[in-house]
Design a protein around this ligand. Structure first.
Ligand SMILES: C[S@@+](CC[C@H](N)C(=O)[O-])C[C@H]1O[C@@H](n2cnc3c(N)ncnc32)[C@H](O)[C@@H]1O
Length: 221
Protein backbone atom coordinates (compact mmCIF):
# COMPACT_ATOMS: atom_id res chain seq x y z
CA UNK A 1 0.00 0.00 0.00
CA UNK A 2 1.20 3.47 -0.82
CA UNK A 3 2.38 5.77 1.96
CA UNK A 4 1.82 9.52 2.11
CA UNK A 5 4.65 12.03 2.12
CA UNK A 6 5.14 13.10 5.74
CA UNK A 7 7.47 16.01 6.48
CA UNK A 8 6.40 17.15 9.95
CA UNK A 9 6.68 20.83 8.93
CA UNK A 10 5.75 23.02 6.00
CA UNK A 11 8.21 22.64 3.12
CA UNK A 12 9.89 25.67 1.63
CA UNK A 13 9.23 26.50 -2.05
CA UNK A 14 12.83 25.49 -2.83
CA UNK A 15 12.41 22.10 -1.13
CA UNK A 16 9.21 21.50 -3.07
CA UNK A 17 10.92 22.39 -6.37
CA UNK A 18 13.89 20.11 -5.61
CA UNK A 19 11.52 17.21 -4.91
CA UNK A 20 10.57 17.19 -8.57
CA UNK A 21 14.09 17.01 -10.01
CA UNK A 22 16.03 13.90 -11.03
CA UNK A 23 18.64 13.97 -8.17
CA UNK A 24 15.84 13.79 -5.59
CA UNK A 25 14.35 10.76 -7.35
CA UNK A 26 17.76 9.10 -7.74
CA UNK A 27 18.32 9.53 -4.01
CA UNK A 28 14.87 8.22 -3.21
CA UNK A 29 15.19 5.12 -5.37
CA UNK A 30 18.81 4.58 -4.34
CA UNK A 31 18.07 4.67 -0.61
CA UNK A 32 15.34 2.17 0.06
CA UNK A 33 15.17 -1.37 -1.24
CA UNK A 34 11.74 -0.65 -2.72
CA UNK A 35 10.04 2.75 -2.48
CA UNK A 36 6.73 1.38 -3.69
CA UNK A 37 5.18 -2.05 -3.17
CA UNK A 38 6.38 -3.62 -6.41
CA UNK A 39 2.76 -4.29 -7.33
CA UNK A 40 1.34 -2.65 -10.46
CA UNK A 41 -0.88 0.37 -9.94
CA UNK A 42 -4.48 -0.82 -9.44
CA UNK A 43 -5.87 1.61 -12.01
CA UNK A 44 -3.50 0.24 -14.67
CA UNK A 45 -4.69 -3.28 -13.91
CA UNK A 46 -8.34 -2.15 -13.98
CA UNK A 47 -7.99 -0.41 -17.34
CA UNK A 48 -5.58 -2.68 -19.20
CA UNK A 49 -6.23 -6.21 -17.94
CA UNK A 50 -8.65 -6.99 -20.78
CA UNK A 51 -6.67 -5.37 -23.61
CA UNK A 52 -4.79 -7.34 -26.24
CA UNK A 53 -1.04 -6.81 -25.69
CA UNK A 54 0.97 -4.73 -28.15
CA UNK A 55 3.60 -2.03 -27.79
CA UNK A 56 3.47 0.04 -24.61
CA UNK A 57 5.18 3.13 -23.30
CA UNK A 58 5.29 3.62 -19.51
CA UNK A 59 6.12 7.25 -18.80
CA UNK A 60 7.57 8.14 -15.40
CA UNK A 61 8.02 4.42 -14.86
CA UNK A 62 9.71 4.65 -11.44
CA UNK A 63 10.88 1.25 -10.27
CA UNK A 64 8.98 -0.45 -13.07
CA UNK A 65 6.16 -2.33 -11.36
CA UNK A 66 3.74 -1.29 -14.11
CA UNK A 67 6.24 -1.89 -16.91
CA UNK A 68 7.16 -5.36 -15.59
CA UNK A 69 3.49 -6.27 -15.08
CA UNK A 70 2.76 -5.26 -18.67
CA UNK A 71 5.76 -7.20 -19.99
CA UNK A 72 4.66 -10.30 -18.07
CA UNK A 73 1.31 -10.04 -19.79
CA UNK A 74 2.95 -10.00 -23.22
CA UNK A 75 3.31 -6.27 -23.89
CA UNK A 76 6.47 -4.98 -25.57
CA UNK A 77 7.34 -2.24 -23.10
CA UNK A 78 9.55 0.82 -23.07
CA UNK A 79 9.94 2.41 -19.62
CA UNK A 80 10.82 6.11 -19.59
CA UNK A 81 12.10 8.07 -16.60
CA UNK A 82 14.65 10.81 -15.96
CA UNK A 83 16.04 8.97 -12.94
CA UNK A 84 18.95 6.71 -13.89
CA UNK A 85 18.56 4.82 -10.61
CA UNK A 86 14.87 4.20 -11.33
CA UNK A 87 15.74 2.74 -14.73
CA UNK A 88 18.40 0.50 -13.14
CA UNK A 89 15.67 -0.76 -10.81
CA UNK A 90 13.35 -1.34 -13.78
CA UNK A 91 16.02 -3.47 -15.48
CA UNK A 92 16.70 -5.42 -12.25
CA UNK A 93 13.02 -6.12 -11.66
CA UNK A 94 12.45 -7.14 -15.27
CA UNK A 95 15.41 -9.56 -15.08
CA UNK A 96 14.10 -11.00 -11.80
CA UNK A 97 10.77 -11.68 -13.49
CA UNK A 98 12.38 -13.10 -16.63
CA UNK A 99 10.99 -10.43 -18.96
CA UNK A 100 12.50 -7.71 -21.11
CA UNK A 101 11.69 -4.04 -20.67
CA UNK A 102 13.48 -1.45 -22.77
CA UNK A 103 14.48 1.67 -20.83
CA UNK A 104 14.90 5.23 -22.01
CA UNK A 105 16.27 8.03 -19.86
CA UNK A 106 14.47 11.22 -20.80
CA UNK A 107 13.12 14.37 -19.21
CA UNK A 108 9.45 14.37 -20.15
CA UNK A 109 9.31 18.16 -19.89
CA UNK A 110 11.01 18.32 -23.27
CA UNK A 111 11.06 14.77 -24.68
CA UNK A 112 8.70 13.84 -27.50
CA UNK A 113 7.96 10.16 -28.19
CA UNK A 114 7.35 9.02 -31.77
CA UNK A 115 3.83 9.85 -32.95
CA UNK A 116 0.98 7.36 -33.46
CA UNK A 117 3.22 4.43 -32.47
CA UNK A 118 2.08 2.71 -29.26
CA UNK A 119 -0.95 0.51 -28.55
CA UNK A 120 -0.76 1.79 -24.96
CA UNK A 121 0.71 4.91 -23.40
CA UNK A 122 0.55 4.72 -19.60
CA UNK A 123 1.57 7.47 -17.20
CA UNK A 124 0.88 7.10 -13.49
CA UNK A 125 1.54 9.82 -10.91
CA UNK A 126 3.56 12.06 -13.22
CA UNK A 127 2.79 15.40 -11.61
CA UNK A 128 4.03 18.53 -13.35
CA UNK A 129 3.19 22.23 -13.28
CA UNK A 130 0.16 22.96 -15.51
CA UNK A 131 2.14 24.62 -18.31
CA UNK A 132 4.33 21.48 -18.57
CA UNK A 133 1.54 18.97 -17.99
CA UNK A 134 -0.61 20.29 -20.85
CA UNK A 135 2.21 19.83 -23.37
CA UNK A 136 3.11 16.44 -21.90
CA UNK A 137 -0.47 15.14 -22.24
CA UNK A 138 -0.53 16.37 -25.85
CA UNK A 139 2.73 14.52 -26.61
CA UNK A 140 1.60 11.33 -24.83
CA UNK A 141 -1.71 11.39 -26.72
CA UNK A 142 0.13 11.97 -30.00
CA UNK A 143 2.20 8.83 -29.33
CA UNK A 144 -0.89 6.57 -29.27
CA UNK A 145 -1.46 4.54 -32.44
CA UNK A 146 -4.89 4.45 -34.09
CA UNK A 147 -7.07 2.11 -31.99
CA UNK A 148 -4.60 2.43 -29.10
CA UNK A 149 -5.12 3.49 -25.49
CA UNK A 150 -4.01 6.39 -23.33
CA UNK A 151 -4.06 5.89 -19.54
CA UNK A 152 -3.17 8.87 -17.35
CA UNK A 153 -3.54 8.53 -13.58
CA UNK A 154 -2.66 10.95 -10.80
CA UNK A 155 -3.48 12.00 -7.28
CA UNK A 156 -6.84 13.77 -7.38
CA UNK A 157 -6.86 17.39 -6.07
CA UNK A 158 -9.45 16.40 -3.47
CA UNK A 159 -6.65 14.52 -1.61
CA UNK A 160 -5.39 17.92 -0.44
CA UNK A 161 -8.60 18.39 1.58
CA UNK A 162 -7.42 15.63 3.96
CA UNK A 163 -4.03 16.56 5.48
CA UNK A 164 -3.67 13.00 6.83
CA UNK A 165 -3.25 11.74 3.24
CA UNK A 166 -0.02 13.74 3.16
CA UNK A 167 0.16 14.78 -0.48
CA UNK A 168 2.91 17.29 -1.31
CA UNK A 169 1.53 20.85 -1.05
CA UNK A 170 1.44 21.46 -4.78
CA UNK A 171 -2.24 21.93 -5.75
CA UNK A 172 -1.26 23.25 -9.16
CA UNK A 173 0.42 19.90 -9.97
CA UNK A 174 -2.64 17.76 -9.25
CA UNK A 175 -5.24 17.20 -11.97
CA UNK A 176 -8.64 15.69 -12.61
CA UNK A 177 -9.44 13.15 -15.30
CA UNK A 178 -11.87 15.65 -16.80
CA UNK A 179 -9.04 18.17 -17.28
CA UNK A 180 -7.03 15.58 -19.21
CA UNK A 181 -10.09 14.49 -21.23
CA UNK A 182 -10.78 18.11 -22.18
CA UNK A 183 -7.48 18.14 -24.07
CA UNK A 184 -8.56 15.26 -26.34
CA UNK A 185 -10.51 15.97 -29.52
CA UNK A 186 -13.80 13.98 -29.30
CA UNK A 187 -13.60 13.40 -33.05
CA UNK A 188 -10.39 11.44 -32.49
CA UNK A 189 -10.88 10.00 -29.00
CA UNK A 190 -13.42 7.90 -27.17
CA UNK A 191 -13.34 8.48 -23.41
CA UNK A 192 -13.40 5.04 -21.79
CA UNK A 193 -13.11 6.33 -18.21
CA UNK A 194 -12.79 9.76 -16.59
CA UNK A 195 -13.14 9.14 -12.87
CA UNK A 196 -12.13 10.10 -9.35
CA UNK A 197 -11.64 6.62 -7.89
CA UNK A 198 -11.34 6.03 -4.15
CA UNK A 199 -8.39 3.98 -2.93
CA UNK A 200 -7.30 2.96 0.56
CA UNK A 201 -3.80 4.18 1.39
CA UNK A 202 -1.71 4.52 4.56
CA UNK A 203 -1.69 8.17 5.58
CA UNK A 204 1.00 10.18 7.35
CA UNK A 205 -0.32 9.03 10.75
CA UNK A 206 0.21 5.40 9.74
CA UNK A 207 -3.56 4.90 9.62
CA UNK A 208 -5.57 3.77 6.58
CA UNK A 209 -7.24 6.67 4.81
CA UNK A 210 -9.21 6.99 1.57
CA UNK A 211 -7.46 8.89 -1.21
CA UNK A 212 -8.67 9.41 -4.76
CA UNK A 213 -7.00 8.69 -8.08
CA UNK A 214 -7.82 10.78 -11.14
CA UNK A 215 -8.18 8.13 -13.86
CA UNK A 216 -8.33 9.01 -17.53
CA UNK A 217 -8.56 6.20 -20.06
CA UNK A 218 -9.15 7.14 -23.68
CA UNK A 219 -9.01 5.18 -26.93
CA UNK A 220 -7.91 6.71 -30.21
CA UNK A 221 -10.55 6.04 -32.86
C1 LIG B 1 5.49 9.42 -8.25
S1 LIG B 1 6.66 8.55 -9.23
C2 LIG B 1 5.61 7.39 -10.06
C3 LIG B 1 6.33 6.16 -10.53
C4 LIG B 1 5.45 5.08 -11.14
N1 LIG B 1 4.74 5.56 -12.31
C5 LIG B 1 4.47 4.57 -10.11
O1 LIG B 1 3.27 4.89 -10.23
O2 LIG B 1 4.89 3.92 -9.16
C6 LIG B 1 7.03 9.73 -10.53
C7 LIG B 1 8.12 9.27 -11.46
O3 LIG B 1 8.26 10.23 -12.50
C8 LIG B 1 9.63 10.47 -12.70
N2 LIG B 1 9.72 11.85 -13.20
C9 LIG B 1 9.38 12.98 -12.54
N3 LIG B 1 9.62 14.06 -13.31
C10 LIG B 1 10.11 13.58 -14.49
C11 LIG B 1 10.56 14.20 -15.69
N4 LIG B 1 10.54 15.54 -15.81
N5 LIG B 1 10.99 13.42 -16.70
C12 LIG B 1 11.02 12.07 -16.56
N6 LIG B 1 10.63 11.43 -15.45
C13 LIG B 1 10.18 12.18 -14.42
C14 LIG B 1 10.30 10.28 -11.35
O4 LIG B 1 11.67 9.93 -11.48
C15 LIG B 1 9.47 9.13 -10.79
O5 LIG B 1 10.02 7.88 -11.10
Amino acid sequence: MEHGHGHGRAMTAEEVRAMFEAPAWDERYGGAELVWSGNPNPQLVAEVDELTPGTALDVGAGEGADAVWLARRGWTVTAVDFSKVALERVAEHAAEQGVEVATEQADVRTWAPPEQTYALVNSQFMHQPPEVFTGLVARLAAAVAPGGHLVVVGHHPKDLESPSIGRPPVPEMLFTAEEVAAQLDPAEWEIVAADARPRQIIGVDGEPVTGHDAVLHARRR
